[in-house]
Design a protein around this ligand. Structure first.
Ligand SMILES: Nc1nc2c(ncn2[C@@H]2O[C@H](COP(=O)(O)OP(=O)(O)OP(=O)(O)O)[C@@H](O)[C@H]2O)c(=O)[nH]1
Ligand SMILES: [Mg+2]
Length: 355
């Protein structure tokens, strides 16, 4: 079978990978870091594209395509400005999207680059009838000044993407005493590992949910949220699953969960009983008792037990409050206009703080 004959449905197979049929766009500083981390572990995902305004975001990335939008620090003041400056890069973006059936967009929300360019790439991909799954890392609660842009960008992403998976930075921090630089790389490793396991890796001793399942699962207009739990001390996967499940409470109304995907990563002694009690216990925590669960597991971890849960079906999240214009108007702003048309209001409300 030649490369061109491969369909997404042919998963799993190990060699070759998806080639250009699946593209991963890392956008902005956080997006480039997380995508690069993912590229190191995943053999199936082969076409990585890094899109940003700052050379240093991609300086240490050896493989993949890089698109740098030329800006000065002053012209990079808002996502809208960055998007305008990226117009000249649209042919390059289209070139990188060519032949893709599925595009993952990974980006931190709230800065100017990811918030400006992730919706642009999502729009371009959608115009080519490509399935777009956006993975949006939401800013910390303390980053008040970033919430408005994050809220606006999220709204646009939801309009263009077939599905959006939200990650709450607040819920990834376990040890706040760690040096900030180590903490960010640890958080990025966790996110990349979660995506790697959920999207389908090809390692031994692994039973993966698979890319097709994940994509059909997140193709919904409701919110999907990824939470991660770890049990580093006792190596218990049940405790890792419970920790991950408990995090949803702070982001969404967890009783709304209609479906969830769970990947449990433990050492090779993982027993069927442990798996049953870990995964089975989940429907008592998430959803209203009828939640559908798909699961996968790895029995090759040597570091800790981890659980990665993507749940979907949520009608709102704590991030809905991140758009003060919506809140002030008490309604959903027209997605067509997104944050572009409300930008003037942001300038009038520079110090809005949202708890
Ligand atoms: N998980 C994670 N989040 C990050 C990282 N860097 C930044 N963030 C978060 O992502 C949001 C967007 O930040 P960046 O990606 O640095 O922003 P940008 O898109 O490059 O835009 P500029 O700041 O204008 O350069 C921030 O509000 C942070 O909360 C990272 O390495 N990992
Ligand atoms: Mg940046």
């Amino acid at each position: 079978m030649s490369d061109c004959d491969l369909k997404l449905d042919d998963f799993p197979y190990s060699n070759p990978g998806y080639g250009r049929k699946v593209a991963v766009f890392g956008i902005g500083s956080a997006g480039c870091r997380i995508a690069s981390q993912l590229s190191k572990g995943n053999k199936l995902l082969e076409h990585f594209v890094y899109l940003t305004c700052d050379d240093h975001d991609v300086a240490n990335i050896a493989r993949g395509e890089k698109i740098i939008v030329d800006v000065t620090s002053r012209s990079k003041s808002t996502p809208y400005a960055v998007r305008g400056l990226a117009e000249s890069k649209i042919p390059e973006i289209r070139q990188q999207l060519k032949g893709s059936e599925l595009v993952f967009i990974i980006s931190g929300m709230g800065g100017s680059v990811g918030s400006g360019l992730a919706p642009l790439v999502a729009r371009e991909a959608r115009d080519k009838r490509t399935v777009v799954v956006a993975i949006a890392v939401m800013p910390f609660t303390f980053e008040h000044s970033k919430h408005f842009f994050a809220g606006g960008a999220l709204k646009q992403l939801r309009k263009y993407a077939s599905g959006v998976i939200l990650i709450d930075n607040d819920e990834l921090l376990e040890n706040k005493q760690m040096p900030a630089i180590d903490l960010f790389s640890m958080v990025n490793e966790k996110i990349a590992l979660a995506l790697h396991k959920l999207l389908g890796s090809t390692e031994e001793h692994e039973f993966s949910i698979g890319l097709n399942n994940v994509v059909s699962f997140v193709r919904t207009k409701s919110y999907s949220v990824l939470c991660i739990g770890e049990d580093a001390d006792r190596f218990e996967c049940r405790s890792a699953v419970l920790k991950a499940a408990s995090k949803f409470d702070k982001i969404v109304d967890k009783s709304e969960a209609s479906k969830s995907l769970v990947h449990v990563s433990a050492d090779k002694s993982l027993s069927m009983n442990e798996l049953i009690s870990s995964v089975g216990g989940l429907s008592g925590i998430l959803g209203n008792g009828t939640m559908q669960i798909e699961y996968g597991f790895s029995a090759n971890s040597t570091l800790s037990s981890s659980a990665f849960i993507v749940a979907t079906g949520f009608s709102s999240t704590k991030f809905d409050n991140y758009d003060p214009v919506d809140r002030a108007l008490g309604k959903s702003t027209n997605m067509e206009s997104g944050f572009d048309s409300t930008l003037g209001l942001e300038l009038l409300l520079p110090d809005v703080e949202i708890e």
